[in-house]
Design a protein around this ligand. Sequence first.
Ligand code: HEM
Length: 528
Amino acid sequence: MLPLLALLPLSLFASVAVYYYFWNRSQYFKRRGIPGPSPSSVFTGNLKELQKDNAPPLRLVEWEKEYGGTYGIFEGGNKTIVTSDLEILQDIFVRKFENFYARKTNPVIPNNPDKHPRVNMFNARGLRWKRLRTITNPTFSASKLKAMEPTMQDSIRALMHQLEQKVDEPFDVYPLIQELTLDVIERTAFGKKETQFGQGPNPFIEVLRKFFNPPPITDGYMTSFFASTCEFLAFTTYIFKALILLHPSQFRGFKAILDRLEPTVLARRQEHATATDGNHTDFIDLFLNAEADDEDIKRMADERYQDIERKHMKVDKKLTIPEIVGQCFVFLVAGYDTTANTLAYLSYNLAVNDDAQNKLIAEIDDFLPTEDDITYESVQNLTYLDWCMKENLRMNPLASFANQRLCMKGCTVGEQKLQVEEGVVVQANVWSIHYNKKIWGEDVDIFRPERFDPETLSEPRHPLAWQPFGAGPRICIGMRFALLEAKMTVCHLLKRFCIQKCDKTSLVRTGNLLIGPKDVTVILKKRT
Ligand code: HEM
């Protein structure tokens, strides 16, 4: 009885100590004199209010109006400095990359990025990231993109065939665009031979849709727990592994994607073992050509992520099979909805801006007399199309939450020499930057591609004034791929149709991971 009674004050003391730790953490920005919204919970910080209306980056814009250009929030245990100060961001993304070479911990997948076998390039850090990036860079070279062009064209033409059935009546173009971008990534990245168009809706879309629209973090006790305790990752990662075993259903989305990828990679590896020619046809082939043997794996186990600081250090150009699966996973996830959202937003912007649409059609007709003239090279030469793409992504930097870095070694940043301590995250407030009137002029809310005409500028804009693809050594690796696909699709589309608005055309942005339009309902009119 007595020992049990003694446990009572002990557990009381432990609870007070734990609470004090979290309370003290929640006072971090106050102690540092950095303004910001008071956290609604000492555990999950500002996460609840951040995700309240299902569009977190837009909440950052509202907070900037209240707290200024640089302020602090708590994303669970992540202490995050949100800023639209371009000099701070230039330091973080570019000049002091050696202090900021990692991303923040993902509360939904709390895997240790230095140890997890299936780490992908997005989550990896330090030397491991450098190795993955170095092997993957050539995948997006001009020659590889050119090799992918015929497949992209085939899927785009299949989409046009579907759109022909939709003319003259209002319809939501977004789901069909999603079908296209998934089709392209499945065919170019994972060797799927035939287009899915004409064979019914892609069953994988539903899985990805759920993946991209997770419930708010604070709605789930597991995600709340991991988000609150992200500084104890070395320990919580084991709890995470145990929970996956106990509740696999919680991670159904990931599992469904991996269940699909892993056998594909393994089957292809089998083909590689028996085939004689080493032609790279898609990402999996390219990765398998860099497969690590036992010796490589032993050597790579000594890889220390801090070695990123040794700038000229050579990296192994080798990947393990789980890493190959991880890379394929991130390409699929990063390459599908980002491009779909871009095209959906552009369809909306063209529908509600006749003038821009007419100018774009005139340029396409001038330079590309027939659909056969739409090629890898020719679309690069269309200036107005390029301005439309840029303006569309200025108004809709849909993946802006990825523009953040974790401080790995404390230093000062920006002109005011703001001290950033190790373990603090810096998040670019991209929507505020992209709508800053001092940078873009008074008409920031208007779709005006001409603002990207360099001849109208008295001096060039700051290199980070436009950052839909991020910046610095970790800038989006799929940028050229995405732009090629989007530009070719727009050219095919406007060669055949013009896009008209109707009563149901409106723009409501939503999404936790990416911000996309809820729907894009328009009317397609056949061009005569
Ligand atoms: C319009 C479409 C796209 C947008 C707006 C977009 C946006 C972004 C952004 C903002 C980042 C973070 C960059 C940073 O932190 O500096 C990123 C990273 C990344 N993106 Fe994209 N992306 C798009 C398409 C793609 C495609 C098609 C792929 C692959 C097929 C891809 C693969 C990746 C990967 C692997 C990273 C991580 C790079 C690294 O950490 O080294 N993205 N993307």
